[in-house]
Design a binder for this molecule. Structure first.
Ligand code: UDP
Ligand code: MG
Length: 319
């Protein structure tokens, strides 16, 4: 099969992107046009816009765009399920209906030009191509610093992800089929996809500002996302409880010896109110933190055993 027969699907999660879509979709279609002219992909390649239960005009816009150009397809989730779930819904929709899928955000922060490089690598036999940011200068200082802190934190907790890679990547249809076999509910694609293990490569690009609208990922959501990633992939925090216990036991031994010696050789028994209060507080907080970590895992088990469907597709534009 030659490259010009390969159908590429661009999968775009959209949550309240009414402002961004009129700018970003034409750019994506333009990339598809060029791929076809350069004979790198089929002219039947398409864009799948995945509405994540938006409350603005996003779905109406997608319907209008679909009427004008049939290469714009759409699915709509019945309610907001978050970036990872809607992205999975999109990827599973295009599985077996394309040769490769490229996931990209609706706000064009990830340069769509890099799709051409990704497709070139796919045509050369690479099954997974990760988009990696060469610079984050256009991200706000706060976003950049917190994002990098999260990467380091995740790494120290035993979660291996690709540095400065978000969810901008190409997956071959085979990679999509393998991905479909992961049935966990706590979905962290950045952790799962490097584990699929097919031939992979990276493409670097400069991260830009949002074309329109506000970020849908405030700090609270990012923090939740990071904790989700760690607890879905690593049991290291549990080991930390044990290690903390061990260290406390050693300290206890030293303190015990000191108390014993003072009991026999000291004339006055010190009141020690301050030290007692300090230890109560320190131990209390440690115990609470430890219970919190265990609770995080129990929470995961709770969600997993329920085996709830991860999304419900309510509408589909497909012809
Ligand atoms: N998004 C989504 N559901 C959500 C939040 C975000 O589908 O609940 C989409 C959003 O439309 C965008 C992508 O996920 O296409 C990334 O979101 P955003 O650009 O707001 O995040 P940031 O780049 O600021 O981290
Ligand atoms: Mg963005």
């Amino acid at each position: 099969m030659t490259a010009e027969n390969n159908i590429i699907a661009i999968v775009v999660p959209c949550y309240n992107e009414g402002d961004a879509l009129p700018i970003s979709v034409p750019k994506m279609l333009d990339v598809l046009d060029r791929l076809s002219v350069l004979k790198l992909a089929s002219k039947d390649s398409y864009v799948l816009l995945c509405n994540d239960g938006s409350t603005d005009c996003t779905w109406e816009l997608i319907e209008k765009m679909h009427i004008v150009d049939k290469r714009v397809k759409g699915i709509s989730l019945a309610h907001n399920r978050g970036h990872q779930n809607v992205l999975l819904a999109g990827l599973m929709t295009v599985m077996n209906r394309c040769d490769a899928a490229v996931s990209i955000d609706a706000d064009l922060q990830d340069d769509p030009e890099a799709i051409i490089e990704m497709v070139k690598k796919f045509n050369e036999g690479t099954e997974i191509v990760f988009g990696v940011r060469s610079s984050r200068e256009k991200d706000s200082w706060f976003k950049r610093t917190t994002a990098h802190a999260f990467y380091s934190f995740q790494k120290s907790m035993g979660l291996e992800t690709i540095y400065d890679h978000a969810d901008y990547r190409l997956l071959s249809n085979r990679a999509l089929q393998l991905l479909s076999q992961y049935s966990e509910s706590n979905l962290f694609l950045r952790g799962i996809i490097p584990q699929i293990g097919l031939k992979s490569d990276i493409v670097t690009y400069a991260r830009d500002e949002r074309v329109a609208g506000e970020s849908k990922y405030p700090l609270t959501k990012m923090l939740g996302f990071s904790i989700d990633g760690i607890t879905s992939f690593s049991a290291r925090p549990m080991r930390w409880i044990f290690m903390t216990g061990l260290i406390l036991l050693l300290i206890d031994l030293v303190v015990g010896i000191y108390v014993f010696v003072s009991y026999f050789f000291s004339d006055h028994i010190s009141a020690g109110w301050t030290s007692i209060m300090l230890s109560i507080w320190a131990l209390g907080s440690l115990i609470l933190m430890s219970i919190g970590i265990v609770g995080e895992y129990i929470g995961k088990i709770f969600v997993e055993v329920k085996h709830r469907p991860r999304y419900a597709v309510s509408d589909k534009l497909w012809d």
